[in-house]
Design a protein around this ligand. Structure first.
Ligand code: RNT
Ligand code: ZN
Length: 413
């Protein structure tokens, strides 16, 4: 008997159908961030990375052109099983023949190459206005700026991005998730906390008053607790973003690096599911802070996946990755992180969820603990390996990445 057949039996004895788990996992789309490939640099500005986020490390082979980034995405995606969507930032606009458009004047045509790329690969595209790394980010403020010129510029950017998002949905035939995140905040204790938030609210209202097809574009709003250099106050706090989303019928987005270290996104998902038709996630790994480390197959990632799967919400949660590590091979970072999200989902799909819930409802906490612990040593790896075989990707991906590094990455200047 093969290892898979043996493992299948062991899971069956716990009341778990491994075929069902594998089939469900195949249908889950992960929206993969393009910005792991070039340390969040983009193509439209020479401004260095700002917005209170940071990449650290200097591993060779960073992509520095659309062609390089696309080639790297292809390599990474070829090593990732399952359904994928490409998650772009506005700063990845592609200009041709010396043409240039500032962020407030970006148009669909500046993303045509990405659309061609996605269509050829049968993928949808998600989108993000880029409110950082730009000269019009003045004193760390964008949509909440007291300077009307600055605020208007960024409102226009948001409006243009909505149009581009609709273009992505129309072209690919897949709805586009457009996520708004602004870095705005203050390093030190503000005198006035409400005015910037009132301006952010007004700016969002202005952006969202643009007509757009809500069946094609899902606007999400991402909150944050603090950024580097913005330690004391963040305009788009959790309370602001949740309240705004609920009141205005858009979708809240939780990034698990954006909370105080002992706060867990896994515990927040159920509450949001009760009050929202859809919710969105940025899956990342914060180490002490929002450090955007590569996602691992760790307890919190598993717990996040459990909350999605065991609450029957796979079709209600937009799952995206968001991390950027420049200290290791970037292709490997992509593959490792996305595979770990998928592993966590498979792990959750292999839980005897009904039985576990029943034990909780019946206050059988001794039995609950025993069964929860038993699931941890079930032969998960054999089911994962079988899933990879069926998807036609190899378990060991490092040799292929090393080969690509030698042939392509190290030759980049
Ligand atoms: C920053 C946010 C945001 C960015 C990307 C690049 O803290 O997490 O989502 O990481 O937009
Ligand atoms: Zn994020």
């Amino acid at each position: 008997m093969s290892r898979y057949e043996e493992a299948k039996k062991i899971y069956a004895s716990m009341g778990v159908d491994t075929e069902d788990a594998i089939n469900k996992l195949k249908d889950v789309t992960i929206s993969i961030h393009c910005w792991q490939g070039d340390d969040v640099t983009g193509f439209d500005s020479r401004a260095s990375l700002s917005g209170g986020i940071q990449t650290t490390g200097n591993y060779p082979g960073k992509a520095s052109s659309p062609e390089e980034l696309m080639a790297d995405i292809d390599k990474a995606f070829s090593l990732i099983p399952g359904k994928k969507k490409l998650n772009l930032h506005a700063s990845y606009a592609i200009f041709e023949d010396g043409e240039f458009a500032d962020r407030n004047a970006l148009e669909s045509k500046h993303f045509k190459k990405w659309v061609d790329f996605a269509k050829e690969r049968n993928m949808g595209i998600d989108f993000n206005p880029t409110y950082f790394s730009h000269a019009m980010v003045k004193d760390n403020l964008t949509l909440s700026s007291p300077d009307e010129e600055v605020r208007k510029f960024w409102v226009e950017h948001g409006i243009q991005c909505l149009k581009i998002s609709e273009y992505f949905a129309n072209e690919t035939g897949v709805p586009c998730v457009m996520n708004i995140w602004i870095p705005d905040g203050y390093k030190d204790i503000p005198a006035d906390r409400v005015s910037p938030r009132a301006r952010f609210k007004k700016s969002l209202d202005e952006i969202l008053s643009t007509p757009y097809d809500k069946s094609k574009v899902y606007v999400t709003l991402e909150s944050k607790v603090f950024g580097i250099g913005l330690e004391s106050y963040t305009v788009g706090s959790a309370e602001f973003c949740l309240s705004y989303s609920t009141k205005n019928g858009i979708t809240p987005l939780m990034d698990n690096g954006h909370y105080h270290p002992t706060e867990l996104v896994s515990d927040k998902i159920s509450s949001l599911l009760l009050f929202n038709e859809k919710i969105a996630l940025h899956v990342t790994r914060g180490v002490r802070w929002d450090s955007d480390h590569v996602v691992l197959f760790d307890d919190e990632t598993k717990e996040i996946a459990k909350e999605i799967v065991c609450n029957d919400a796979l079709d209600r949660v937009f799952i995206a990755t968001d991390y950027f590590d420049a200290s290791i091979n970037r292709i490997s970072a992509w593959v490792t992180g996305v595979r770990n999200v998928q592993k966590a989902l498979l792990n959750a799909l292999l839980l005897p969820a009904k039985e576990l819930k029943k034990l909780q409802e019946e206050n059988e906490f001794t039995a609950l603990m025993c069964l929860q612990e038993e699931t941890k040593t079930a032969p998960f790896g054999d089911i994962w390996a079988e899933y990879l075989v069926r998807e036609g990707v190899e378990n060991a991906y490092l040799p292929q990445i090393k080969e690509y590094e030698e042939k392509v990455l190290v030759k980049r200047v």
